[in-house]
Design a protein around this ligand. Sequence first.
Ligand SMILES: C[S@@+](CC[C@H](N)C(=O)[O-])C[C@H]1O[C@@H](n2cnc3c(N)ncnc32)[C@H](O)[C@@H]1O
Length: 417
Amino acid sequence: MNADTPGLPARRGALTLLQAVLWQGRSLEAALPRALRAIESPSDRALARNIASSTLRWLPDLDDLIDGRTRQALPGDARARMVLRMALAQALVLETPHHAVVATALPLVGGGPRRLVHGVLSAALKDSALPDTPTLPELWHRRWSETWGEEVAKAAARSLAAPPPLDLSHADGAGPGVDGRSLLPGHLRLPADTRVEDVPGFAGTAVWVQDIAASLPVRLLAPQAGERIADLCAAPGGKTMQIAAAGAEVVAVDNSSRRLQRLTENLERTGLSASLVESDARAFTPDETFDAVLLDAPCSGTGIFRRHPDVLHIRNPERLEATLATQAALLDHAASLLRPGGRLVYAVCSLEPEEGEAQVNAFCERHPRWTVDRAPEGLLPADIPAQAAGTVRTLPGMLADEGGLDGFFMARLTAPG
Ligand SMILES: C[S@@+](CC[C@H](N)C(=O)[O-])C[C@H]1O[C@@H](n2cnc3c(N)ncnc32)[C@H](O)[C@@H]1O
């Protein structure tokens, strides 16, 4: 068995990815370039990512299977445990033939651990099965049950099982040439296994990938043609493109040059335009005020766990203080950029109320003359009501029959006139 074993480079890549996420606390997205740099084949790269992602979706259940077959529990940071996790994920989630699972797992470990992996795999592959629904890591199950109720936590677990549908947003009249389900104007939902590169017209039209929940903050902002709008924390630009497609003049601010590069590429591909500024949004002090400001603030990202299951393993809700302080400072600065009577939308892709509802309440205490606007009727897909305060919260379990949506919080605030 050597490096030429078919499929082995993809497994090595998956192992490096999982180590980066679970041992070093890095996000899967951030770990990808380095972990997969030695893999040339696009299909091997996609497979490595798929194995890592499936392993993260089912991690507590895979660990249960492993612990049920080892006399002494393997340490969490044992390479043998990681190799077993990804081998079982391939067999039980991705339905990889067992001989290929074993042939590509054993070269990843040596000596005693190899014998152990062989023994556990031989036994586990005979009769193991995963539960119907993944088990949410205990921390999140407890927290989301307490915050949103047991049903929401259960829906979150159900929606973790497999990647969600592919959602596209498009400018008026630029619908992609493909059949799908449209849940709101300018939205199209395609099956989860759709490759966006294969969508006709994606290469050269005003069409971009955006979960329907992520499209709601700009719908709430309601940009008008000719308005001057600042999009703070803008990259890679899903919301910038929505604002630009409405005919507004957008200034998109982000502090990451790498992510601004992606925003530039997205604008070039879609033919939409915006002025880009690389800056900490708190240091952005233009000469003129804006009609409206969107602040899509950096956050824990726990609302996008369906697409990025790594967040469940690298985020700790007990350690949110620094992020909360940044969000509050960004909100105050965003407010200072508006003309009298201007609109400010604050959004986070988080299921943690500290980053959403509590941030807006605290803002209103600091700025008592500002008002929270009620989300207008017809803005949201049918079964998503506005909250009592008029703000919007999307949760696991909503739109369940249609394939669900990401967890977001958003609020529209109006400056005193
Ligand atoms: C949630 S993402 C934005 C997604 C984007 N609005 C979209 O719709 O595609 C948050 C962004 O905030 C940027 N960011 C984080 N802290 C920032 C800061 N202090 N100033 C400006 N940008 C910041 C990150 O680089 C990241 O691109």
